[in-house]
Design a protein around this ligand. Sequence first.
Ligand code: KIV
Ligand code: ZN
Length: 524
Amino acid sequence: MTQTDKDRVLIFDTTLRDGEQSPGATMSHNEKMEIATLLDEMGVDIIEAGFPIASIGDFEAVSEIAKLAKTATICGLARANIGDIDRCWEAVKHAKSPRIHTFIGTSPLHRAIPNLDMDQMAERIHDTVTHARNLCDNVQWSPMDATRTEHDYLCRVVEIAIKAGATTINIPDTVGYTIPRESAELIEMLRNRVPGADDIIFATHCHNDLGMATANALAAVEAGARQIECTINGLGERAGNTALEEVVMALKIRHDRMPFGTKIDTTKIMNISRRVAQVAGFPVQYNKAIVGKNAFAHESGIHQDGMLKNAETFEIMRPQDVGLSGTSLPLGKHSGRAALRAKLDELGFALADNQLKDVFVRFKELADRKKEVFDEDLMALLRDSGAAEQNERIKVKHLRVVCGTQSPQTADITLEVDGVDHPMTCEGDGPVDATFKAIKAIFPTTARLQLYQVHAVTEGTDAQATVSVRLEEDGKIVTGQSSDTDTVVASAKAYVNAMNRLLVRREKSAPDADVKTVKYTDAG
Ligand code: KIV
Ligand code: ZN
């Protein structure tokens, strides 16, 4: 596509790269494959699958996604050096349509980090983009912190990158600093001043620190950008990135004022949003635009009355447009396998027969304890089944707690670690404290508990509790989640789930190439 295709906006999803960089959002290899498949199926144009130099795990994930993608272009990230770019190419070259994305920080603050003056940096950009282009026809270049880069210098380096062969120029608002009008003016300025600007695609990459990522991305599109970089649920560093579901739905619903289309099948939005929330361990806020639990809920009497008379009174889009069925009849202990399969299909989970068998057993166990099994219960159950399938090294086999008004509370737990049972009994200040102490006594770790959060999946005293546990170890942050009608069992499983993620994270990290260190402290 060239810039003459005026009305098409390419959707570049970076959930698996920028999204996965957000503290606590680590995904396993299989989870990344699943998310990449869903992104490909929903019509994302470009999937940024990872940062191949960052670790062996990242490299393998990008290569495998490159092999499995059916239609999307597969992109990998590389700093402005030959080693990164070569490694990136090794990973993406398997794709039907590969892309190398290379970047360097161009603002005064970022230039100071590799200690390059303006001319040296310009030369570096020329050399690295030329090298990337010699490997791959599709090269994206980003001046990191573009929105705080001097305009004259930005024009100069963008021109160099275009001359060296970049086919997409991405303009990142790395720190979420810009505002909509400025975002538009920046793209306009570049299009007017830079020779060759008409031959490439401008992309916009916005962070949400001031809550303006979606507005800034759309303003850039109105000014001529034709690629939006975004993530599912707005996942990403700090306050996150532009949310894919927001820009796509805004372009669809306000086509009258923004006559640009995307290739996204919007009915797949809800499903992928749920899966990303589950695998990343990042719950979606209730009032989040488009995908929040309350986004289509009408509570007040006036609203409900209006809705019953005409849905358009208070709804600018239909729940079905984003993949919500609108009805949600619960299942119960008499529901059979066919009813379960139909419900899972409706929720967008296509399970293989053997997976369904396992989920059905767990569903029956849950239905025995709980009268009605709601959609939210099923999704929590699927998340926990997914975790079980990941061959986690540590598993909770047995737990019994003694609690009540009389201290001490005790936990008697058996963990299976690498196939061997380890029993332990500990006392604590409450049943959860006793349980966590017992887990730590079996599997000692220096990880610090950063967050312990409980919320009810549905209403009622028999509701399942979903527990989120966030652990931090040497700057690495992971989040574990689990649900159960017993809050202490859910807590134990969530803690163990976080520890399993930490183990994956330890294995993945190459000492010299942690993604966060790479990104902000060493662009060279
Ligand atoms: O925010 C940013 O600047 C980035 C770049 C690597 C494009 O994510
Ligand atoms: Zn970013």
